[in-house]
Design a protein around this ligand. Sequence first.
Ligand SMILES: *[C@@H]1O[C@H](CO)[C@@H](O)[C@H](O)[C@H]1NC(C)=O
Ligand SMILES: *[C@@H]1O[C@H](CO)[C@@H](O)[C@H](O)[C@H]1NC(C)=O
Ligand SMILES: *[C@@H]1O[C@H](CO)[C@@H](O)[C@H](O)[C@H]1NC(C)=O
Ligand SMILES: *[C@@H]1O[C@H](CO)[C@@H](O)[C@H](O)[C@H]1NC(C)=O
Length: 518
Amino acid sequence: MKITATSLLVSICLLGAVDGARILAIFPYNAKSHYNVYEPLLKRLSARGHEIVAVTHFPQRIRLANFTDLDISSTLLTISRNNTLPVPEIYNFMIWQKILRVLTAGICEPVLSHPEMNRIIKGLSKEHFDLLVIEIFTTDCFLGIAHALNISKIVGAISSVGISWSNVMRNPENPSYIPNWISSYTGRMSLLERSINTVLLPIVKLAYRIISDEPSYEITRKYFGHDLPDFDALRSRISLILTNGHPAVSAARPLAPGVKEIGGIHIPVSGPKPLPVDLQDYLDSQSRNGVIYFSLESQIDTSTIPNQVFAALYRAFEQVPQQILWTCTKERMPPLPGNVKCIGWAPQLSVLCHPNTRLLINHGGLLGLQEAIYCGIPILGIPLFGDHHLNMAYVVEKGLAMQLDLQQFSYERFSSSLNEILSNKSYTEMAQKASFQFRDRLMPPVEEAVYWVEHTIRHDPDFLKTGATELTWYQYLVLDVALIIISVIVFVLWLICKLLGLLFFKKKISIAIDKKTK
Ligand SMILES: *[C@@H]1O[C@H](CO)[C@@H](O)[C@H](O)[C@H]1NC(C)=O
Ligand SMILES: *[C@@H]1O[C@H](CO)[C@@H](O)[C@H](O)[C@H]1NC(C)=O
Ligand SMILES: *[C@@H]1O[C@H](CO)[C@@H](O)[C@H](O)[C@H]1NC(C)=O
Ligand SMILES: *[C@@H]1O[C@H](CO)[C@@H](O)[C@H](O)[C@H]1NC(C)=O
């Protein structure tokens, strides 16, 4: 299905009117890929007459009406992700908890102490907001703002699929088929994988409380006063959660009514933008053999790639008939093979959707995978950290991707994977099938997200929450009921034993009496 102008118009009319609301949006992490997911939503909300104040590291280059940026880019160092982190799945937990440690105090303190933030927190700017849109990731310290400014409605925004340490909506999370965020599993696991996945679930939740909640709360109280409710109370004010999933790109999962998947929201409704002339010419000219697009995006400094990996890449590239378009910094790399074109930046979606592009090689970042699937091209992934392993596992299972481990990276492995994925048509076919699934939507994801945000503004904050959100953990897991049932069973068994014992005892006595009387 194509999202036509008419269907778009219809969906916009269906949305109905909401009076302009004042919305505060807080995206405290300086990862551009996180903000990329929700920037289109904020812009669309402002275009619909809402007033947006966005706390972000990435202010708009062109000023928009009703859109004010609160630039916090000075608060954190640019992420120098020297991460060529080797992450075999079992160690993913160790790496995750390390990153969690860095991304709690390391984010809360600098961002909260920013002068502009301080003005908002202290209410000096006398601002009233109807809604808070807040990124949910490694700390909840910014929820203090909802308390300080008495904002009664909160929308949580997750730039990945639902994260397993934070589940304020009590979204179903049965570990028998829902892979943990830090795992590399899919919805179909072996007994061993299910065992690890099950054990990971409570450990990750508990670790989050210890590693993130405790230090974050200390800092939060410092800024918002000692009468600040605890995190559980603050988190319970969240009315809606948006996540960046979709069954075409990440494991299908059940969703509580207050959780909405808006995967693909960052892809413009009108499709890819036109390419710059030089890139258009370059891609047009490769109709014979096609082009491989290679990008580790902004995450990796390509010059830090180990020499033996460079050697393996170059040797394999030299042997394929395709041209390779690589986003990299040429200056600090060994001289490139003749069929490799290195450019600093490329409009990725437009390149991927060009008919001559055959393959994406990347690190398994969710946005890149979604774009490749949107354009219907297969993926060769080298997952590095975060949710990359999880993302890759799913597309490999779907048959549209192959995956290589950086630790065991060699010319032989890379070259054979490259040849397999380029020569075996089934990968492209599966990618095209997934593309069809991904595009087959009731309405464009950005309009869906706008609808649910405005729905939250229109209705009671708890409207979409299930009764599960009011239960304690042992009530939710039915442990109290289990205890009663077990107690009853034990009591009945005890009673039966007792009665049997009594009967047997009576018999014995009567036999004994019988004997005596005889
Ligand atoms: C900006 O938002 C206000 C409501 O907060 C609304 O009244 C006004 O029309 C909006 N302006 C534009 C240009 O959309
Ligand atoms: C990143 O690399 C720099 C030098 O290249 C080094 O000083 C720093 O410790 C590294 N950071 C991490 C987290 O490994
Ligand atoms: C907070 O907001 C609610 C309505 O959302 C209002 O009833 C209440 O009086 C406000 N409290 C303060 C202290 O402003
Ligand atoms: C192509 O790949 C698919 C999926 O991995 C596999 O089942 C099939 O046997 C391959 N075909 C050839 C000719 O290798």
